[in-house]
Design a protein around this ligand. Structure first.
Ligand code: C2E
Ligand code: CA
Ligand code: CA
Length: 664
C-alpha cells in the first residue's frame, strides 16, 4: 500500500495495531465503542473499557447475580423452604466479593484464575440446577450467559473451555434432577442449544468486529488523507502546523532551536508547460522522495502545494547546524531528474526562519521563511536566505506601495516618456522607446525601477502596461500624421501581461483604435519572460508576428542568453544591455561580447539596438562595428511627447525606402 509506505515514523496508524491486539483478546474494540461505557451495570452486559477490565466487570456481574439468587433463596426460606441454599448463596457471594478484591489488588493477568472461575461458576450453577429438580431448567439462561460471557470477554479459547464445562455441568445437573430421564428430548435439545448458541454469537460478534475494523481503517485513511498531500504522501500544511506546535513546545522546554526551511522550485511552471502536467507531478514526487531521504528521520518534510516544500528541523543547538541539514537537502537540487524520456535540471530557492528569534508560532515562522525564500529567489537560482526582521519591513513597504499603485492607476498618474532609437551615421530617429513614469503627487516623476517589480508581483503591471500601450500608440499616430510616417514605437511588456489570454486582442484593439498598422509597433520582452513560460510565449509571438508586430529581446546578455531562444522565437531586434555598452571601447571582453552579439544577430536576421550609449566614443565604435541602431543619453534622454515631436521637427525625416528595420 503506497500510503502506508509513506506514513512517517510518528504517523497515527499505530493505534490500529493496538486495536487489533485488543480484538484478539476479546472484542473490546467493538464493545467499548457501543456507547454508555461509564454505567457499571452495563459492564455486566459485556461492556468493557480501559478503566474496568473484563475480569473486574465479570466479578461484579457475578456478585450481582449471586446476590439476587441468595435473595431469592432467602425469600423461599422465609416461606418455609430449604435454608441451606441461603448459606450456600451467601458463601459463594462472599467468595465472589473476595475474588473481586483479589483481582483489583492483583490486576495482572493470571490465566489459572480464569479457568478457576469458569469451573466454579458453572459448578455452582450446575449444583443449583441439580438441586431444584424440574425448576433447575430455569437455570439454563445462566449456563448460556456464563459460556457466552467468557467467550466474549476473553476470546474463543475460553468459549471452548466454558462450552465444554457448561455442557458437562448441564447434563450432570439434568441427570441429578431427574429431568434427563423424564424429558430426554428437552434436555438433549437444550444441550444442543448450549453447544450452538455461543458459537453463533461469536461468529456474529466477529463479523461485527470485522465491519467495525474496516470502518476504522477507512476513517484512519481519511484522516491520513486530510493531513497528507495526495501526490507525494508528505504531510500537508495542516500536519506541518501540528508538528510545528509540538516542536515549538519541545524547543521551549529544552531551550533548543527549531528551523523552518521554505523551499520553492525555480521555474517549475515552465517544466509543467514544456513537459506537461504529468511530468510536473512526477518531478514533485521525485523531489519529495529525495528530500525525505536526505533529511534526518526526525525532521518533517511537508508539501504546502504547488512547488513549495517545507522542512522542519528540530533539536538544533546552533543556527549554523541548519546549514548542514539544508546542505544535505540541496543534494536534491542542482541536479538532473529523469522524467520518463526527459531530463530536467532542477534548482530552487530557499528561505529559513528560526525559532525563537524569527517567530514563536507556526504561522509566523512559515510566513517568515516564505519571505526569506522570496529574497533568495530575487537573488538568483539555488540561493538560501535567512530571515531578518528588515524583510518584514520591506514586505510592509511593498504592500503600502501596492495600495499606492492601485490609487495611481485610478487617478491616471502614469505618464509616458519617449527615448529616441537612432539609426545610421546621421543619427536619424528611427523609433522611440516608450518608458513609463509615475507622476507622483509628492515625489514627482518616479522612475520605473521604484515600482515595476511590485507592479509585476501584484499584477498591477497589466493595467499600467495597457495604459502605456494606449498612450504610446496614440502619440505615435499623432507623429505619423505630422509626417513622420516611418517612425515606430517600442513598448515594454512583462510576463504578466503576456500571460493574459486576450493580450493579442488587446494589442490589435489598441492599434486599431489609433489607426496604426501592426508594423508600427515593437514589443520589448526580456529573456526571463521567455524562460518563464516558453510555450505560451511561442504561440503568442507567432500570433503577433503573423499580424506584423515586431518583437525585441530586451537587456540581451544579462539573463540566460540562450541562443536557442533567438532561433525559436525569430526575434526582430536584439537590445544589447547597457552594461556591455558601458565597457566600450576600454573593456576588451565587453567589446568582444558586443562584436559576437552583432555577428550572431546578423546570422539570425535580427537587428541590434545598442542601449545606454552615453558618449560619442561609444557611438563611433558601435557604428564602426556595424551596429545599426543605438539608444542612449548621447542621443537623447527619455522625453515628453511634445519634446520628442520638437526633436523630430528639428531633424525632418528623410524617407528611406530601405528602412533599416525589419518589419512584418
Ligand atoms: P529598459 O527597457 O532597459 O529601458 C531602458 C532604460 O535605460 C530606461 O530606464 C532608460 O531611461 C535608461 N537609459 C536609456 N539610455 C541610457 C543611458 O545612456 N544611460 C543610462 N544609465 N540609462 C539609460 P527607465 O526609463 O528608468 O526604465 C527602467 C526599466 O523599467 C526599463 O528598462 C524597463 O525594463 C522598465 N520599464 C519602463 N517602462 C516600462 C513599461 O511601460 N512597462 C514595463 N513592463 N516595463 C517598463
Ligand atoms: Ca526596454
Ligand atoms: Ca533594456
Amino acid at each position: 500500500m503506497r500510503l502506508a509506505a509513506s506514513v512517517p515514523a510518528h504517523g497515527d496508524f499505530g493505534s490500529q495495531a493496538v486495536a487489533s491486539k485488543h480484538t484478539a483478546e476479546g472484542f473490546d474494540d467493538l464493545l467499548v465503542q457501543s456507547g454508555k461505557r461509564k454505567s457499571l451495570l452495563s459492564y455486566v452486559f459485556f461492556q468493557a473499557s480501559e478503566e474496568v477490565s473484563h475480569e473486574v466487570a465479570q466479578a461484579f456481574a457475578r456478585i450481582l447475580i449471586v446476590s439476587l439468587l441468595t435473595l431469592f433463596f432467602l425469600v423461599s426460606a422465609l416461606k418455609g423452604g430449604d435454608r441451606s441454599y441461603v448459606f450456600i448463596g451467601l458463601a459463594y457471594d462472599t467468595l465472589a466479593v473476595a475474588h473481586y478484591f483479589l483481582i483489583i489488588r492483583f490486576p495482572d493477568r493470571h490465566l489459572w484464575r480464569r479457568y478457576l472461575v469458569i469451573a466454579a461458576d458453572l459448578a455452582m450453577v450446575s449444583y443449583s440446577a441439580g438441586e431444584l429438580g424440574l425448576t433447575g431448567l430455569g437455570f439454563y439462561p445462566l449456563f448460556l450467559w456464563i459460556v457466552i460471557g467468557n467467550g466474549l470477554r476473553f476470546g474463543a479459547h475460553y468459549l471452548r473451555v466454558s462450552t465444554a464445562v457448561g455442557l458437562v455441568g448441564f447434563v450432570v445437573a439434568s441427570w441429578q434432577a431427574g429431568t434427563l430421564s423424564a424429558y430426554p428430548g428437552v434436555v438433549f435439545g437444550l444441550a444442543i442449544g448450549l453447544l450452538m448458541m455461543p458459537k453463533f454469537f461469536m461468529v456474529m460478534i466477529k463479523r461485527l468486529a470485522e465491519a467495525n475494523r474496516a470502518l476504522k481503517e477507512q476513517r484512519d485513511r481519511a484522516e491520513f488523507m486530510a493531513k497528507h498531500d495526495s501526490l507525494t504522501g508528505l504531510p500537508n500544511r495542516a500536519l506541518l502546523e501540528d508538528h510545528l506546535h509540538l516542536a515549538l513546545a519541545k524547543a521551549k522546554r529544552d531551550a533548543s532551536l527549531v528551523a523552518v526551511v521554505f523551499l520553492d522550485l525555480d521555474s517549475f511552471k515552465s517544466i509543467n508547460d514544456n513537459f506537461g502536467h504529468q511530468f510536473g507531478d512526477m518531478l514533485l514526487q521525485k523531489v519529495g522522495t529525495c528530500l525525505r531521504s536526505h533529511v534526518r528521520a526526525a525532521d518533517t518534510v511537508a508539501r504546502l502545494g504547488g512547488d513549495e516544500f517545507v522542512i522542519l528541523i528540530e533539536d538544533l543547538k546552533e543556527p549554523s547546524e541548519v546549514a548542514f541539514v539544508v546542505e544535505r537537502a540541496f543534494g536534491c537540487v542542482g541536479r538532473y531528474y529523469r522524467l520518463g524520456d526527459y531530463q530536467t535540471f532542477v534548482t530552487w530557492s530557499s528561505g529559513v526562519a528560526l525559532y525563537p528569534q524569527d517567530g514563536t508560532d507556526p504561522q509566523t515562522l512559515v510566513k517568515h521563511a516564505d519571505t526569506a525564500m522570496y529574497r533568495a529567489k530575487a537573488a538568483g537560482t539555488n540561493q538560501l536566505r535567512f530571515y531578518d526582521a528588515r524583510m518584514s519591513e520591506d514586505v510592509a513597504a511593498q504592500l503600502a506601495l501596492r495600495d499606492e499603485l492601485r490609487m495611481a492607476i485610478e487617478l491616471g498618474q502614469f505618464d509616458v516618456l519617449y527615448q529616441p532609437i537612432v539609426s545610421g551615421p546621421g543619427g536619424r530617429i528611427a523609433a522611440v522607446e516608450a518608458l513609463v513614469r509615475w507622476n507622483h503627487p509628492t515625489r514627482g516623476l518616479v522612475a520605473p525601477d521604484a515600482f515595476i517589480r511590485v507592479a509585476e508581483q501584484t499584477g498591477l503591471i497589466v493595467p499600467i502596461g495597457r495604459h502605456v500601450l494606449e498612450i504610446a500608440c496614440r502619440d505615435l499616430a499623432e507623429w505619423r500624421r505630422a509626417g513622420h510616417t516611418e517612425l515606430t514605437v517600442h513598448v515594454n511588456v512583462s510576463a504578466r501581461q503576456l500571460a493574459h489570454a486576450d493580450f493579442v486582442d488587446l494589442v490589435l484593439a489598441v492599434l486599431d483604435h489609433a489607426a496604426l498598422p501592426p508594423q508600427a509597433l515593437s514589443l520589448e520582452v526580456t529573456e526571463s519572460t521567455l524562460i518563464e513560460d516558453a510555450t505560451t510565449a511561442e504561440t503568442l509571438f507567432a500570433a503577433l508576428k503573423g499580424l506584423g508586430v515586431a518583437i525585441s529581446l530586451d537587456d540581451f546578455g544579462t539573463g540566460y542568453s540562450s541562443l536557442a531562444y533567438l532561433k525559436r522565437f525569430s526575434i526582430d531586434n536584439i537590445k544589447i544591455d547597457r552594461s556591455f555598452v558601458a565597457g566600450i571601447p576600454g573593456d576588451a571582453s565587453d567589446c568582444a561580447l558586443v562584436e559576437a552579439i552583432l555577428a550572431i544577430a546578423e546570422h539570425f536576421g535580427a537587428i541590434v539596438v545598442a542601449e545606454g550609449v552615453e558618449t560619442a566614443t561609444q557611438a563611433d565604435w558601435l557604428r564602426a562595428h556595424g551596429c545599426p541602431l543605438m539608444q542612449g543619453w548621447h542621443f537623447g534622454r527619455p522625453m515628453s511627447a511634445g519634446d520628442l515631436l520638437a526633436r523630430l521637427e528639428a531633424a525632418p525625416p528623410r524617407p528611406t525606402p530601405l528602412h533599416r528595420y525589419r518589419q512584418g
